[in-house]
Design a protein around this ligand. Structure first.
Ligand SMILES: C[S@@+](CC[C@H](N)C(=O)[O-])C[C@H]1O[C@@H](n2cnc3c(N)ncnc32)[C@H](O)[C@@H]1O
Length: 273
């Protein structure tokens, strides 16, 4: 489902260890994606709640459009950077908590959004919590940035390294895409919505599944820094991380000193019935 599956209870606290690096190397979300969310669900005065706001990559994009936002973020180190980055937006309020223990105090919102964070909230509670947090007609917008490696040879080389280190769901896991490919939302069992629908129990409607693509070139060092911000690498020992990253760096250097990728931003939208 994502490059960062929630499979370890300690894994969701790893980002704060590298909050500044995280903020420097993670991709922003496309402006068209933000526009699409606001076209679908303009929250108006009811404002938005953002789950897992992190360092504010999505927060700032929505705050710039004038959306009042309550940010729910459990990690104090991420929240500290978020506080600094949103200091110029009086409509942004930060509440340090995980979604499942957040004190909502009866507030409801016109929009609930989560950027590369929904998978960290336990599946058994998140739809009940989302439903309770939304005003009638309110909307959910969930989005993630994924990467595809353009060069098949590079993709195969990286897959071989991942296999030796037993790494899954790295940024280069997905097969290559080109900017000219049409990337349709996946069908059947692969559809994120179809796997979630039972949990939404008929309380959400007007489901949409959209894709946005942006090309990106990572020079070797930037790609290694990016990998350092990914949970799969954060939970490795420092020695193993250094070893796998040295191999990835050598491969990229042997291919001209970097990697060409496509960022695919997946957006899921739904509205309260
Ligand atoms: C991959 S980061 C995404 C941060 C930011 N939204 C972004 O797009 O860069 C995931 C974030 O979810 C937060 N998180 C983890 N578990 C959470 C939970 N149970 N409730 C809310 N947020 C959570 C983490 O602290 C982290 O800041």
């Amino acid at each position: 489902m994502t490059t960062e599956q929630r499979d370890d209870s300690a894994r969701n606290t790893v980002f704060g260890e590298v909050a500044d690096l995280y903020d420097a190397v993670r991709r922003d979300y496309p402006a068209e994606l933000v526009s699409e969310v606001l076209r679908y669900a303009d929250p108006g005065d009811r404002g938005a709640v953002e789950i897992g706001a992190g360092t504010g990559k999505a927060t700032v994009a929505f705050a710039e459009r004038g959306v009042p936002i309550v940010c729910v973020e459990p990690d104090p180190r991420m929240a500290e950077l978020l506080r600094r980055k949103t200091a110029g937006y009086p409509g942004v309020r930060i509440e340090q908590a995980g979604f499942e223990s957040w004190e909502r105090d009866g507030r409801t919102f016109g929009l609930l959004f989560a950027a590369t964070a929904w998978h960290w909230v336990p599946e058994e509670v998140r739809w009940d919590l989302a439903y309770a947090a939304l005003a009638p007609g309110g909307a959910v917008a969930l989005f993630w940035n994924h990467h595809g490696v353009m060069d098949p040879e590079m993709h195969a080389g990286l897959a071989e390294i991942d296999a030796r280190y037993e790494l899954t769901f790295t940024p280069h896991t997905m097969a290559g895409w080109n900017m000219s490919d049409t990337i349709e939302p996946p069908d059947g069992d692969e559809s994120v919505w179809s796997s979630q629908e039972a949990l939404m129990r008929g309380r959400f409607t007007d489901l949409r599944d959209l894709r946005f693509k942006t090309p990106v070139h990572y020079p070797t060092k930037r790609y290694i820094d990016y990998l350092t911000s990914i949970s799969a690498y954060r939970i490795m020992s420092a020695e193993a991380r250094a070893a796998v990253q040295a191999e990835v760096a050598a491969l990229l250097d042997a291919h001209g000193g970097g990697i060409e990728m496509v960022t695919r931003s997946d957006l899921l939208l739904a509205r309260v019935v």
